[in-house]
Design a protein around this ligand. Structure first.
Ligand SMILES: [Zn+2]
Length: 308
């Protein structure tokens, strides 16, 4: 006997208590029982392809085709989005993807994180849609946490391989990221990066929409074929390089470049055009992202290199 449910599609806003922030969501209940998938866009307000993909995916999702439930938060950080801010919210200068699991009594960004974690508590899986921020160039990649135990890690890796982006990283970071907070709760999660430099790029949107469709099939929420899963080795060694000085940033390497340890990755000049720092590539690997702003502050991220 097959259980048939009343398929529904609800739209609404999650109010963030103690703030004026409202997170737009679509909640799709399918025709048959199944897992619940949480999808979030716009944790970083300037990463437009992820936001656009969340909006289109939710708008076009047919509940009569779904087995299980899909909860989509289209825009997770409205203050940063409308302020056109890179990395942080204008309300407290905090990076939402560094404060998970958040705090219901904390600053506005910490409260947003706590509301997203409440939504996550209803879910079995999470995909968090990102891209290069306003001054970041990147090649698409997917990242998941090495935390949460063997089975959670295995499922997160399988989600990343199904999503279809060639470069996959397993991270041991616990620095408040969405996927690590989920893993700590025993929920397999991936963070997918596609898009860059503050552009609403259609090809980058296509990468996310294709990944979401493949993930729906992989998780049993849709009938169909996933297609070819990524077979590349998982990258577990990566170096995130920050600037030693403030000044004018010139990159030598580009996202997607295969580089070797010791080669020059970037140079920093002073305001007179003289070099004040040369930034070496710390390890062999592929360049995942570089920043693109001419302005750079000491401590700012510059580029990342990853390898198996
Ligand atoms: Zn991001």
């Amino acid at each position: 006997m097959t259980t048939t449910l009343q398929a529904t599609k609800m739209r609404g806003y999650f109010d963030v208590p103690g703030t004026e922030i409202r997170l737009p969501y679509t909640d799709v209940q399918g025709v048959a029982p199944g897992p619940t998938l949480l999808v979030t866009g716009g944790v970083h307000g300037g990463e437009y392809p992820g936001i656009e993909s969340a909006i289109r995916f939710a708008r076009d999702l047919d509940p009569n085709r779904v087995k299980g439930r899909v909860l989509v938060i289209h825009l997770s950080n409205p203050p940063a989005f409308f302020a056109k801010r890179q990395y942080v919210s204008p309300l407290d200068e905090k990076n939402l993807n560094r404060v998970f699991p958040g705090d219901p009594d904390g600053s506005p960004t910490e409260r947003v994180a706590a509301v997203i974690m409440e939504a996550l508590a209803q879910a079995d899986f999470w995909v968090d849609l990102h891209g290069g921020d306003i001054h970041e160039a990147l090649v698409p990649f997917t990242i998941y946490s090495d935390r949460g135990g063997k089975e959670v890690v295995r499922q997160a890796e399988a989600m990343a391989r199904a999503y279809g982006i060639e470069h996959i990283l397993e991270s041991s970071s616990i620095a408040g990221g969405s996927y690590a907070a989920a893993a700590e709760q025993g929920i397999p999660a991936i963070l997918a990066e596609s898009g860059q430099v503050g552009q609403l790029d259609e090809e980058a949107v296509r990468v996310h929409l294709s990944g979401l469709q493949r993930l729906m099939v992989h998780l049993g929420l849709w009938e169909g074929e996933v297609g070819s899963r990524v077979a590349e080795p998982i990258m577990r060694r990566f170096a995130w390089v920050t600037s030693p000085k403030s000044g004018f940033f010139y990159r030598v390497i580009r996202p997607g470049d295969h580089v070797i340890a010791g080669q020059v990755g970037a140079v920093i000049h002073d305001a007179f055009g003289d070099p004040i720092a040369e930034i070496p590539v710390p390890q062999d690997g592929v360049v995942l992202f570089t920043v693109t702003s001419l302005a750079i502050n000491a401590g700012d991220p510059l580029f990342a290199v990853a390898a198996p």
